[in-house]
Design a protein around this ligand. Sequence first.
Ligand code: AMP
Ligand code: GLY
Length: 418
Amino acid sequence: MKVLVVGGGGREHTLVWKIAQSPKVSKIFCAPGNGGISKLAECINIKTTDLSSLASFAKQNKIDLVVVGPDDPLAMGLVDMIEAEGIKAFGPSKKGAEIEASKVFSKNLMKKYNIPTANYEVFEDPSEVKKYLEKSSFPLVVKAEGLALGKGVIIAAEIGQALKAIDEIMIDRAFGDAGSRVVVEEFLQGQEVSILAFTDGKTVVPMVSSQDHKRIFDNDQGPNTGGMGTFSPSRIYSNELAEECMEKIYLPTVRAMEAEGRKFKGVLYFGLMITKDGPKTLEYNARFGDPETQVVIPRLKTDIIDIFEAVIEERLDKINIEWYPGGAACVVMASGGYPGKYNKGYEISGIEEAESLGCMAFHAGTKVVNGTLITAGGRVLGVTGLGKDLDEAIKKAYEGVEKVKFKEAHHRKDIGIK
Ligand code: AMP
Ligand code: GLY
């Protein structure tokens, strides 16, 4: 079969790497792809938000399956459009993707169906929210309603920070229309766990657990990023906790979406905070996480195409999904200055040496220019290591990182060490 993967980050590189292992697949295209993906797939120069070009490419090239990585095309309805062409697509419909695209929708859904989450209020009027903040106690969390590249969430330690966040989101519109409404919510304390789950709208099959590191510097210092490293499994996600989450969060969410006429098919990502009062949902994503995918998918034993087809055909309860035991860790190497300003265009070396140690390098911001691999983004690549346990995996990933070189590279030294 011919597969088109939409996206061009580390997540998509990992998906392409796994899809390429399926005996069912004869050819992979990726739009737009990146320097690493170009070794496994034919990269085509179409933006992930150019839905009509993606749909006509799929039609003209007789694609059998389209796999959508990022949030934007899902929220814009790419899956609906591909299906309208009679082509199979993996990912939720536009109505399903709203669970990520609107925090107001997802918070109201959780409230209506008693799914544990932080207490919250929604505001449309900046002066109303400011009045509310004046009489609140801190810390509090301010969130822009819509998609904001992971930057629309501000943890405010005191009122000044919260008011500044309101000005940026609602008045300066730093995230455009994503800032027409805000959610102000209770600050939760605990450890975060990411659970990605396959669902066909009825059955939910959680993948192995993982944890992300969102801050740029060691010991969770500095601004939030798209993710600086991940590891799997989580050290705190026990079988009992998994059962509790299935009963109180995963199944109720999938049932709620169906009851709302928004049957969710694809990967549903549960961002959980494990608090002393039990697990609570911080956020939903309507897709594979990045860089969680870089540690979860290398642990998947089953052919991912079999899973995608079972989800699309709503027979997820009929297949057996298997995982490799042990652990995985991914250390992201970023351009110095990220998530602020950074330089691009530096030559990258040492990837083959890292691979010869048994590591995988999943590219994010790279491209090949005249045969040379150069940096082309904030997060450049992630080095994934596997091991018989988590400690071995972490050690392996850092051995790989030592080999990869580019100017002004930055990575965290404490991935998985909590
Ligand atoms: P979100 O995009 O909603 O997951 O928020 C991004 C990050 O902000 C989360 O991964 C948490 O680290 C943090 N966060 C979000 N909501 C809360 C909350 N209610 N309490 C504490 N931290 C939060
Ligand atoms: N790693 C968080 C996300 O994919 O949104």
